[in-house]
Design a protein around this ligand. Structure first.
Ligand code: NAD
Length: 456
């Protein structure tokens, strides 16, 4: 069946109104949970194949995130879906006003390869909760996870409700040329621009979950041991292929050497002397991505790591210094286990530097100095900020997750997913009374204007 007829089928089903019912949406989310659990072992296997992702990491960062999102949504969906009564203003007297959420219709979800399960299924939870039909386009690069995703979707849903269309640029281009009602894209900033242009052609609303260079600031006087442990964990999670991974280290001069020693200590503690052979260390997804990262190794002086394993596409955790500001490693999103270091002596230097790479998706600061933390939060703009930890801010269902400017538009998770995938429709029930002054010909204009001003 071609893409056009799949969309037509979904349109028919959406128009039947079935997907709007709360019971249908709840039951769909339960079916999704059942299918995920049914194929849980296959998901672990596929993530191992695609990224050498360890079982526990796979559960924590992919499966659990989706199951938790389903649980949270099931718990709150009834409340979120209720029309909200609001006051309608004196000029509308007598009347009743409501905000009613309604689904957009057919939602297109395009996902990347780095968290290939979570980033396909988490938006799906939001789209279903809003009452939409969904077309999923997973990444062509994480093939094994796409295979199991197809099985999960086919077990849980009819294609006229949720359909999965695998493929590369050609398929995505074809999908983008069709009229859908919402596009939810997760991927690179470069492709985000292509998606935004295509969406503009049809005036389709769009969420862009993009990437960028997320700075990791380490201040003097912070708990350096804790900082190093958490940063090593977050930087090396998924082999550094995380959109919110600390991209570069921005550290106070006075604590640089101490931090480097601690970084090395924890990198060895977590992944051994030779991470290339460690079973819990993720590989770089493809040869092409591996080649790009090995080129970035040349952009500075290696002060730790630098080892590469072509046969299994692994790159050792690597610290770089003396990287020219205009080098690729300092201007491109790294998306791998390479960590360039720059230093500061005055906290006020930081916002100016951070701004140069556009607004980041995440910003991290490790500090005990409340004034310094406040200064950075106040003087930088980013999708989110996490103080004294990395990545954890996106685990909370109560915090919206998304970028700003170069790192994206829109947000999701928890209630923000529901808001993203629904339109707020204003509904006003008007009474029969009409004041005479409303209709032309207007008399006593001055006194009416005076009266209206008084009512402000
Ligand atoms: P990508 O932009 O290359 O691909 C994402 C999706 O777009 C894939 O499904 C792919 O098939 C499709 N695509 C690729 N090229 C296209 C084109 N020319 N036209 C139309 N569609 C195209 O991204 P990726 O390499 O899969 O993922 C890595 C990027 O995603 C990084 O920049 C990372 O920061 C970002 N990311 C962001 C988030 C977030 O939540 N903000 C999460 C994960 C990854």
């Amino acid at each position: 069946m071609n893409i056009n007829s799949k969309i037509e089928e979904q349109q028919k089903f959406f128009d039947s109104g079935v997907t709007k019912s709360l019971n249908f949406r709840i039951s769909a989310l339960k079916k999704l949970k059942e299918a995920i659990l049914f194929y849980e072992e296959d998901i672990y296997l596929s993530l191992k194949t695609d990224l050498n992702k360890n079982r526990q990491e796979a559960y924590m960062t992919e499966i659990h995130m989706v199951l938790a999102e389903i649980q949270h949504t099931l718990k709150h969906l009834k409340k979120w879906s209720k029309p909200k009564r609001v006051t309608s203003g004196l000029l509308n007297f007598p009347s009743k006003a409501f905000i009613k959420t309604e689904p957009y219709g057919i939602v297109l979800v395009i996902s990347p390869w780095n968290y290939p399960f979570q980033l396909l299924f988490s938006p799906l939870v939001g789209a279903i909760s809003g009452g939409n039909c969904v077309i999923l386009k997973p990444s062509e690069i994480s093939e094994a996870t796409t295979e199991v995703s197809i099985k999960i979707i086919e077990r849980a849903f009819e294609p006229n409700f949720v359909s999965i269309i695998p493929g590369g640029v050609d398929v995505t281009t074809e999908l983008l040329s069709q009229k859908t009602d919402y596009i939810f894209f997760t991927g690179s900033t470069m492709v985000g621009k292509i998606v935004a242009k295509a969406a503009a052609e049809n005036l389709t609303p769009v969420t862009l979950e993009l990437g960028g260079k997320s700075p990791c600031i380490v201040d003097k006087g912070c708990d350096l041991k804790l900082a190093a442990k958490r940063i090593v964990w977050g930087k090396l999670l998924n082999g550094g292929q995380t959109c919110v991974a600390p991209d570069y280290l921005y550290i106070h001069n006075d604590v640089k050497e101490q931090f480097i020693n601690l970084f090395i200590k924890y990198a060895k503690e977590f992944y051994g002397e030779d991470p290339g052979t460690h079973d819990h260390y993720c590989k770089v997804i493809t040869k092409k991505h591996y080649d790009r990262l090995t080129q970035l190794l040349k952009d500075g002086k290696v002060i730790y790591g630098g080892g590469v394993h072509k046969e299994n596409q692994k790159i050792h955790p690597t610290l770089l210094e003396d990287c020219p500001q205009d080098s690729r490693v300092m201007t491109e999103e790294i998306f791998g286990p390479i960590f360039p270091i720059i230093t500061f002596s005055n906290i006020k230097e930081i916002p100016v530097y951070v701004k140069k790479s556009g607004k980041p998706l995440a910003l991290y600061i490790f500090s005990k100095n409340i004034k310094n933390i406040g200064y950075i939060v106040e003087h930088t703009s980013s999708g989110g900020v996490c103080v004294n930890d990395v990545i954890s801010h996106l685990v909370s269902s109560n915090l919206p997750f998304g970028g700003v400017g170069d790192s994206g538009t829109g947000a999701y998770h928890g209630i923000d997913s529901f808001k993203t995938f629904t339109h707020n429709k204003s509904v006003l029930y008007k009474g029969t009374f009409d004041p005479k002054i409303k209709f032309p010909p207007y008399k006593n204009e001055t006194s009416v204007i005076k009266l209206l001003k008084k009512l402000l």
